[in-house]
Design a protein around this ligand. Structure first.
Ligand code: MN
Length: 726
């Protein structure tokens, strides 16, 4: 391992003066430096150095990534909230909210406990890390912070070295890789490797060193030859050998089960030039001179990797049989390869408008870029999906009390969380604690929340209210299923309860229960109650949306079709015949006079007499259609008020939209008017919606009848009431 750089305050000040041209921007950086130095005064690192050295190193490395001035400032200040009790507000006042927010986010991430329980957690930890950062600049600060802590890890006790290295390998290095910051990724991996597998690490160092002189000579020879060739053709270039980093050698030895020699035998050269065209020219000259190994040419310039990597790769064989891997790229491509996303923004001196918005811009450019390459590169698609999920998707990452990370869509609640843990946990949830505080079940969870679900075996199961606020389809479906099942169970109970109620009622009415409970007896009733089937019918009875009274009426009407209401309502005084007609026929006294049955005139109606053959005079209403065409046999008649006795039977035809209780309403209303009913018949029409009720009543006169008809017409769902003509 090469010796790790350690930058002093002077190094940093010098670099700032050299690299940041704008005076105000320089002063802003120095202000942060002085502020941090003052706040961390008296604090020391495990190495014995003043704490500020950590911050200077972090800021220095950030500067080499060419981040903006605010990010350098935040880098210097990144530990003041955590270690110096400076508040967000103080920081926002002293500097600005942007910087304060970055420092706050860095602090929060620092407080996550990444427990290394199981392998699969690593992915979740990366997610929670990125989600909490919310800002690429925060991720960069955190990566650089970790890099410097790794560089100074030798001062920590061994168990901490292992713990931190594990975390670095599973969380930090992959994030650096994703963002394409290879320099940092490689160094993080090599340092972790050192602390996790010290022996293996030194074994590989030794092997590399042993062959180094030999390899260096081979590489130098090749570099010289190529460089000469390119100079002849006047192509500007830098050319150098490169070594693989130790951890990647270790991984390759493990994964591919190859001997060390096989891996190291591959010698690597990189050529950096000024233009894309020059890259292809160089490739041409090299292939003209050395034999390319078939299938090893990769054109990542025409087809970039989605982490923005661009380069030409080829593998050639030298005259002496040595194999060389050659990378050819422009300066700009080289920068992207080393720094990834970080290479895509550079601070302009003093510019403060170079903020998050621009980075987002870069990232959305990445999205477009992805769209162009998705069809051609499966890895690229996957890479982009993961990056999008991590950075663009509004997910929240919360934890169980045991540190398991659960990712949920934004707006999720403890109920969503509970169902994600286990369906049974969801069903038996009675409460939730977030960060040890009891919260309502519709509380929106935030990334980093530790959620503790309280369950009870005696819980009533999910509440329908939960459906109003759950966010995940998973929870929604589980809740719905449960409620449906519960209702179905209830329903079955209700159906049998309905059956019992109906039986009971039949017994009370002394009806033949066996006979009437038959489906073929009951089914014809369903349509008039707007009910589809037997179960619905019994359910309606049990929940009393359908009255037993109405059912019994229909059942009996349907069965007998005609009910003798006089029996039912105890009116036995109905005159069978009208002996005294109460009608006067001028000039005729002896003639038998009777009222026609077809139109049933009542006192007050306009009437006319018809002289029958042998049956005397039949009195019709004057508008009765049965006598409309008669001329000869008609005779004038009139009511004889004094001799009118008793009541007159009239038949009404009531057309209505069928419903429960309709018959009851009609009968009740008629009785309230003290009009007795002699006959009633209800007939459901073929359309199953309308019914015609035939009602025969006994009235004194037209006035009474008119009042009855007017009131019947007022009954809900009665369409028309007419006097029948038979
Ligand atoms: Mn730190």
């Amino acid at each position: 391992m090469s010796k790790t750089p350690n930058y002093s305050r002077d190094d940093f000040v010098k670099a700032v003066n050299e690299q940041i041209k704008n005076k105000e921007a320089r002063e802003a950086v120095f202000h942060a430096l002085d502020y941090a130095q003052e706040k961390h005064e008296g604090q020391f690192r495990k190495s014995g150095e003043p704490y500020i050295s950590h911050l200077i190193n972090v800021a220095y490395i950030l500067m080499t990534l060419h981040v903006q001035v605010v990010t350098i400032q935040a880098g210097l200040l990144h530990d003041v909230i955590e270690d110096c009790d400076v508040t967000f507000e103080e920081l926002a006042t002293e500097f600005n909210e942007e910087i304060a927010s970055m420092v706050e986010a860095v602090t929060k991430i620092g407080n996550i406990q990444f427990k290394d329980e199981k392998e699969y957690l690593a992915e979740n930890h990366r997610k929670i890390f990125i989600a909490m950062a919310k800002d690429i600049r925060v991720i960069l600060i955190k990566l650089v912070d970790r890099l410097h802590n790794m560089r100074t890890l030798e001062f920590q006790p061994e168990y901490k070295q292992k713990k931190i290295s594990n975390e670095t390998l599973s969380v930090y290095a992959p994030i650096a890789h994703r963002l394409g910051i290879n320099d940092i990724k490689n160094e993080l991996e090599d340092l972790s490797f050192l602390y996790l597998h010290r022996e293996k690490y030194y074994e590989i160092v030794k092997l590399v060193d042993n062959r180094k002189a030999e390899r260096d000579a081979q590489v130098s020879e090749m570099i010289e030859a190529i460089s000469l060739e390119l100079t002849e053709h006047q192509i500007p270039h830098r050319i150098f050998g490169r070594s693989k980093h130790l951890y990647s050698i270790y991984k390759k030895m493990n994964q591919k089960n190859k001997r060390f020699e096989e891996i190291l035998d591959l010698l690597a050269i990189r050529i950096v030039t000024d233009t894309e065209v020059a890259c292809y020219e160089i490739l041409g000259y090299i292939h003209a001179r050395y034999r390319p190994i078939p299938g090893r040419l990769k054109d990542y310039i025409a087809m970039p990797k989605v982490n923005m990597y661009q380069s030409l790769h080829t593998t050639i064989m030298a005259e002496n049989g040595h194999i060389f891997e050659v990378q050819i790229r422009t300066e700009n491509m080289d920068l992207v390869a080393e720094r990834g996303i970080a290479a895509h923004w550079r601070y302009k001196d003093g510019s403060t408008g170079h903020g998050q918005a621009e980075i987002e811009d870069k990232l959305s450019w990445l999205k477009d870029f992805n769209r162009l390459t998705t069809e051609s590169d499966g890895d690229a698609t996957e890479y982009m999906e993961v990056l999008q999920q991590d950075i663009f998707e509004a997910n929240v990452y919360v934890m169980t009390p045991k540190g398991r990370v659960i990712d949920l869509p934004q707006g999720s609640t403890p109920i969503d969380f509970a169902y994600r843990i286990h369906t049974e946990v969801g069903h038996s949830t009675i409460g939730a604690k977030v960060k040890d505080v009891l919260v309502p079940l519709n509380t929106e969870l935030k990334t980093g929340d530790v959620v503790n679900i309280r369950t009870s075996k005696n819980s009533m199961g999910p509440s329908e209210d939960w459906l109003k606020f759950v966010k995940t389809n998973h929870a929604r479906n589980k809740i719905r299923n449960f409620i449906q099942k519960r209702e179905l169970q209830n329903r079955e109970e209700m159906i049998s309860k309905g059956e019992n109620m109906l039986r009971e009622e039949m017994r009370k009415r002394k009806m033949d229960e066996k006979e009437f409970m038959k489906k073929e007896k009951l089914e014809p009733l369903f349509s008039s109650f707007n009910i589809k089937n037997y179960d619905d019918f019994m359910y309606a009875i049990s929940v009393k949306s359908l009255s037993l009274q109405a059912v019994m009426e229909k059942l009996q009407v349907k069965t007998k079709s005609i009910i003798d209401f006089t029996k039912l309502f105890g009116q036995k005084d109905r005159p069978k015949h009208q002996n005294r007609s109460g009608i006067r026929v001028s000039g005729i006294d002896t003639m038998k006079i009777s009222l026609a049955n077809c139109c049933s005139p009542v006192p007050g109606d306009d009437i006319i007499g018809y002289i029958t053959k042998g049956q005397g005079v039949k009195v019709h209403r004057s508008d009765c259609p049965n006598i409309r065409y008669e001329t000869k046999r008609l005779i004038d008649v009139e009511w004889d008020e004094e001799s009118i006795e008793g009541k007159f039977e009239v038949q009404l035809s009531i057309y209505c939209v069928d419903r429960s209780f309709l018959l009851t309403d009609i009968v009740t209303l008629t009785q309230q008017q003290k009009i007795s009913i002699s006959y009633v018949n209800a007939q459901v029409n073929d359309d199953l919606i309308h019914s015609t009720i035939t009602l025969k009543v006994m009235v004194e006169n037209q006035q009474t009848l008119k009042r009855l008809v007017t009131n019947l017409r007022k009954i809900d769902s009665v369409v028309s009431v007419e006097r029948s003509i038979l």
